[in-house]
Design a binder for this molecule. Structure first.
Ligand code: SAM
Length: 328
């Protein structure tokens, strides 16, 4: 059959929903073979294999192994930090965890390690226990975000890739010459993104976990940043001792207990300083809940709320909230 005629036949078959797109049109010994879904008068029957399509999503790989509910719980709870995927495996899915990990590696070709959560974030350092279920035996990785490289060990420090928008949002607000107190700085994601975005500012980054501070120092060097000073210690001691009335802007990314540190932030703030306060709040009334915590520690008349934002869901009943306010 000549090509023009074949083209016409394909158009006709498609119009009548008889063309079978699971197969390829092919030419062999000057004959053109067109796949059809059912018998068409004049066609001869030959059998060929369907084209094997590469799966494009984890859903596609796991569809036959997990129920839709199991599938959505696995997909919703997984994060990739650098080349490590972190997943949550409910007890009933433990027998299938290797297959789940395999599916992740099959779809995310850059993932070299799949680790599973062994519990919630714990302790003062907000660190989570993890165990590797597939891939290389390591927990250190290099993560890139907002043009910043960050080295970290997912079992030794807190880190969340889900705050990347939040970091950029704050960085874009920083003005020339600002002095910033980055409390609870971890491995430095907030200060690093700010410093990369705005060179003309000074950032004091304070963190309690000595391993996180080591990583923060490495990350400052890695990104050739000159305007962050990383300090290891408790903000309750360091701010009143060394940074009273210092800051134009204070970051408080410790959503679990941030309100307990509001009086410390107050001590570190200049008049008119902006505070970025993070907390977990009731999903039904998140902003009122968050503001109640602020007003319990600082005088309402001294506070001008600038913005209120839901950062991310935290649990079925709670969300993480960011309240930006000015201290007068
Ligand atoms: C939720 S993490 C946030 C870390 C980092 N800002 C980030 O976004 O990845 C809170 C951090 O605060 C640190 N931290 C807790 N209490 C502290 C304190 N009293 N003084 C300084 N850092 C503290 C913890 O070690 C932890 O690294």
């Amino acid at each position: 059959m000549e090509k023009k005629l074949a083209q016409k036949k394909i158009v006709w078959l498609k119009k009548h929903r008889l063309f079978d797109s699971k197969f390829k049109v092919f030419e062999k010994q000057s004959k053109i073979y067109i796949p059809v879904k059912e018998k068409v008068s004049g066609a001869i029957g030959i059998e060929i294999q369907p084209i094997s399509k590469k799966p494009k999503s984890i859903d596609e790989v796991l569809r036959n192994i997990l129920s839709p509910k199991e599938l959505s719980s696995v997909v919703a709870s997984f994060d990739i930090i650098g080349d490590i995927a972190i997943i949550e495996i409910p007890d009933i899915l433990i027998p299938k965890e290797k297959e789940i990990a395999n599916a992740i590696m099959q779809i995310h070709k850059n993932v070299r390690v799949v680790a599973k959560k062994q519990g919630p974030m714990e302790g003062e350092y907000r660190v989570r226990k993890l165990s590797i279920i597939l891939g290389e035996s390591r927990t250190e990785t290099m993560y890139k975000e907002n043009k910043v490289k960050m080295l970290l060990d997912i079992t030794k420090v807190y880190f969340s890739s889900r705050l990347s928008f939040e970091r950029k949002r704050i960085a874009l607000q920083v003005k020339d010459g600002e002095k910033i107190l980055a409390l609870f700085a971890g491995i430095g994601p907030f200060p690093l993104v700010i410093a990369k975005t705005k060179k003309n500012c000074e950032i004091i980054a304070i963190e309690l976990n000595p391993i996180a501070v080591e990583y923060m120092k490495k990350n400052i060097a890695l990104n050739k940043i000159k305007n962050i000073i990383a300090i290891c210690g408790d903000v309750k001691e360091i701010v009143p001792r060394e940074y009273k009335n210092y800051a134009d802007r204070i970051l408080m990314p410790l959503p679990k207990d941030a309100e307990e540190f509001l009086s410390i932030a107050y001590e570190g703030a200049k008049n008119n300083a902006i505070i970025h306060f993070y907390t977990f709040a009731d999903i039904k009334n998140p902003f009122e809940d968050a503001k109640r915590k602020i007003f319990a520690h600082l005088k309402k008349e001294n506070i001008e709320i600038i913005s209120e934002r839901i950062v991310r869901p935290f649990s079925p009943a709670r969300v993480q909230v960011a309240i930006d306010f000015r201290l007068n």
